[in-house]
Design a protein around this ligand. Structure first.
Ligand code: NIG
Ligand code: FE
Length: 398
């Protein structure tokens, strides 16, 4: 969690989109391949593996400003959801939009992320909540990924909340997820993972298990939102070997010990706690001190975390969860890659890995978590290709 492997006056040699060698500038200069290489001068900068944002919900069409105002007037996230706001409030925009329109939104989110140093993004569906709406959302993710040089990992989150049409028969919605959404997403290779929101007001443990079992049967990876608002036992989910369990605000001490023995990552999303104005944050230190691999992600979504910024997440992790800047950097890079089971390709600068690199206008890595509300990322390389930021938020509907 803390080893950064910092090289002072370092260089990275890249060819064909891959890292060929990493070392001091003197060492790299002696490499035969380096003689013919173009040079990007990063003197005085911090160069690190691009951030892996392993938990985002970018397929939505409008900010939820009414929910935001209600919360400022004292309503909680759950109260707003019960009153018809929350996740279901984002449904209409997604169902009524074309795939192309949704893809534009996703694409613009990816651009904003890259502009702040992110090179790999997990993207969930989850605001369509019908067979057609969820498949269209996954297609929009695929379409956006085609036009972005970074790496996108698509996740089916049909099990975000029960669709309003199934309010009186939630098990029928679960059946549809298991028998229609998951098989189709697997067959068309639209998703690498299946996620479920296992929580009061969303899906019960029994329903969540049914969904994850179907995912495993269709050879899809598994992850879950759990312990965000209320405590939940993890063993019944752990059985399905999730790559990651996310949020974890209410994880118990016993489950932390059990988790330390598994290769499941705990992904913490402090931007959501910040945005909901909560006084408490996930127990990052208990997890880390017990030997659990902790990742950090934005949770980019219109209800609890409208931010594309990993540097902001690093800041929140340090100031509110007392993670050290080194722990935050590892959690946002290598451990994020582990949370997507991509650690063989992503998350560190090592020969053979994808040349996904973030360059920061800072002379010390700790500055990445120190400055906030300002973008100090001066560039990224996405599989070796310099990314020029055209980040401009998409036209949101109101
Ligand atoms: O991770 N918890 C469930 N999903 C999101 C919130 C989604 C929304 O409110 O739109 C989260 O916080
Ligand atoms: Fe989420």
């Amino acid at each position: 969690m803390r080893e950064l492997g910092i090289i002072e006056d370092g260089s990275v040699l890249i060819a064909g989109g891959k890292v060929v060698a990493v070392g001091t500038t003197d060492e790299i200069a002696r490499n035969k391949v380096a003689k013919k290489a173009d040079e990007i001068d990063c003197r005085g900068m911090v160069v690190l593996p691009g951030f892996v944002d392993s938990h985002t919900h970018p397929v939505f069409t409008a900010p939820r400003l009414v929910d935001f105002e209600k919360r400022m007037a004292g309503a909680t996230y759950e109260e707003i959801a019960e009153a018809g706001g929350g996740i279901r409030a984002s449904l209409r925009g997604v169902r009524d939009s074309s795939r192309e329109k949704l893809a534009e939104h996703v694409r613009s989110a990816l651009e904003e992320m890259a502009a702040q140093g992110t090179t790999t993004v997990e993207c969930k569906s989850g605001y369509g909540l019908s067979f057609a709406g969820e498949m269209k959302s996954l297609e929009a993710i695929r379409e956006a990924a085609r036009h972005w040089a970074g790496t996108v990992v698509p996740t089916l989150l049909g099990a975000h909340v029960v669709a309003p049409e199934y309010r009186d028969n939630p098990d029928e919605y679960v059946r549809m997820i298991c028998e229609d959404m998951i098989p189709t997403a697997a067959k068309l290779k639209l998703a690498a993972f299946v996620d479920v929101f296992c929580e009061r007001g969303a899906f019960t443990m029994q329903q969540s298990r049914r969904i994850l079992r179907s995912a495993v049967e269709h050879n899809l990876g598994v992850r879950a939102h759990v312990c965000q608002l209320t405590p939940e036992k993890l063993a019944p989910l752990a059985e399905f070997h999730p790559a990651s369990l996310d949020h974890m605000d209410f994880v118990s001490d016993e489950d932390i010990s059990a988790l330390a023995k598994l290769d499941t990552v705990a992904t913490l999303l402090p931007a959501a706690n910040y945005f909901l104005g909560l006084a408490t944050f996930p127990p990052a230190h208990k997890l880390i001190d017990s030997g659990v691999a902790v990742a950090l992600a934005t949770d980019y979504n219109p209800g609890t975390a409208p931010t594309p910024s990993m540097p902001f997440v690093l800041s929140a992790a340090c100031t509110h969860m007392k993670m050290s800047p080194a722990e935050a950097v590892v959690a946002a890079t290598y451990n994020g890659a582990c949370a997507l089971r991509l650690q063989g390709r992503k998350g560190s600068l090592e020969p053979g890995k994808d040349a996904d690199i973030a360059i920061f206008d800072a002379s010390d890595y700790r500055e990445l978590a120190y400055w906030f509300g300002v973008n100090r990322c001066s560039g990224t390389l996405l599989s070796g290709t310099p990314h020029s930021s055209t980040a401009r938020p998409a036209e949101f509907s109101r």
